[in-house]
Design a protein around this ligand. Structure first.
Ligand code: COA
Length: 389
């Protein structure tokens, strides 16, 4: 039987972070609302010369060894903060990462669900062509109106996943549960740089989807709840994972106390508490947080993954953690990446939030701020200019 799963994975984030204590002070809010009520401590933010492409390139670079590049068949770039209505953000990666010409590259969109959709497409591509690997990327900057209730749940990150027939981290089961429900809980019209959101509706749409995907997964003969060692949820804020987990347990007749919920999901929330919402990347940051921070050996254990994208589409899927997975993780790099971010003052954050780029095609240079391997250098003739250092 062909084994299909994640062979390698890495996270990248923005140059900056804002501690939520700064935001709470400015907004006159008890910071415990953010720490406890939302389960968030900080959020990452991109520098002037960063965007979804530079974060994606930084996430993908460490997993693209020369021999991996020769086996690459496709790049699937999931985002809901796309930079162009036509050209896929993934195509820019070819120049930045020196990718081969004989690959297919597309962008995938359905709010925060898009990377899970890309992952399912990747599994199908590997089943069709097992000697080829697929690079799946989720990269987003989550940006809401300043002063609104969504503001503390902003964030920025990218996750790169190498999907192949030689998984070293997790091997996926074939059965998945899906659920689509046409709702207007969160959307971003083409003319808007910030998302429109009806927060309470989005929470109830998410929880309806938890029940919907699980019922579909069970109807298709999926594994019983008791088979799962851990569950990873999409985390727009980490408290949402707690709400989702309580709902899933209850759907299976189990009433968990708050400490039980916290204990069962704690290792999945380590990174997202500090990255903030990273939309498409969030579920996979949760998976890497679990694999890199859980104090149990998860080898051979079944993990459930639940992806939700407002609008809304959701999917529950699962996998078995590969024996020896610990030897293929990048936990130290990820801790260092979080530690290396530069702290923003509220004033600098506000300036970055409100900053806009010219739209008239004039030549424009971004200041040199970020220190990573890739820069969004500026604009000329309506084209985005990127540089690899
Ligand atoms: N100490 C501790 N907890 C506090 C608190 C305090 N001082 N003040 C409030 N809280 C708690 C509330 O009780 C609530 O907890 P609960 O959800 O367990 O009931 C939580 O903090 C949030 O506060 P609340 O006033 O209910 O919500 P809000 O108006 O601040 O909005 C969101 C919260 C999530 C709706 C908002 O941040 C949002 O719209 N985010 C973007 C959309 C999103 O992420 N949707 C999720 C699904 S995709």
């Amino acid at each position: 039987m062909l084994r299909i799963g994640i062979e390698d994975a890495a996270i990248a984030t923005g140059h900056y972070f804002l501690p939520l204590s700064e935001l709470a002070d400015h907004n006159g809010i008890d910071v415990q609302k953010y720490y406890v009520g939302l389960g968030q401590e900080q959020f990452s933010w991109v520098a002037e010369d960063e965007d979804i492409v530079t974060m994606a390139a930084s996430a993908a670079q460490p997993i693209l060894a020369p021999e991996v590049k020769t086996e690459l068949g496709s790049v699937l770039f999931a985002t809901e903060t796309g930079i162009d209505q036509s050209k896929s953000a993934g195509v820019y990666l070819q120049s930045l990462l020196d990718l081969p010409k004989n690959i297919r590259v597309i962008e995938v969109k359905q709010a925060c669900y898009a990377a899970a959709a890309a992952l399912q497409l990747a599994c199908a591509m590997v089943a069709r062509e097992p000697n080829k690997k697929v690079l799946v990327i989720g990269s987003d900057v989550a940006k809401y109106e300043m002063g609104g209730t969504g503001e503390p749940t902003q964030g920025a990150a990218a996750v790169a996943l190498l999907v192949s027939a030689s998984p070293k981290l997790i091997e996926f089961d074939a059965t998945t549960g899906v659920f689509t429900n046409d709702t207007m809980d969160f959307w971003r019209p083409n003319y808007s740089t910030t998302a429109h959101v009806d927060g309470k509706t989005s929470i109830s749409a998410y929880l309806d989807a938890v029940k919907g995907v699980w019922q579909d997964y069970q109807a298709k003969g999926g594994a019983p709840y008791s088979d799962f060692a851990r569950f990873c949820y999409h985390q727009p804020f980490t408290k949402m994972a707690a709400k989702a987990h309580r709902t899933l347990a209850l759907e299976n007749g189990i009433r968990l106390t708050s400490p039980q919920v916290e204990e069962q999901i704690a290792s999945t929330t380590v990174y997202n508490r500090r990255l903030g919402n990273s939309y498409t990347a969030s579920l996979f940051s949760a998976l890497l947080s679990l694999l890199e921070n859980d104090n149990q050996d998860l080898s051979g254990k079944r993990i459930g993954l639940l992806s939700f994208g407002s609008g809304s589409v959701a999917e529950f899927f699962s996998g078995i953690v590969c024996p020896g997975y610990q030897g293929h993780l990048r936990g130290k790099d990820h801790q260092q990446m979080l530690a290396d971010r530069v702290q923003l003052t509220y004033e600098k954050y506000a300036e970055l939030h409100e900053r806009s780029l010219p739209t008239d095609g004039s030549r424009f240079q971004n200041p040199i701020v970020s220190t990573g391997a890739f820069r969004f250098a500026g604009l000329a003739d309506h084209k985005r200019l990127y540089e690899a250092r």
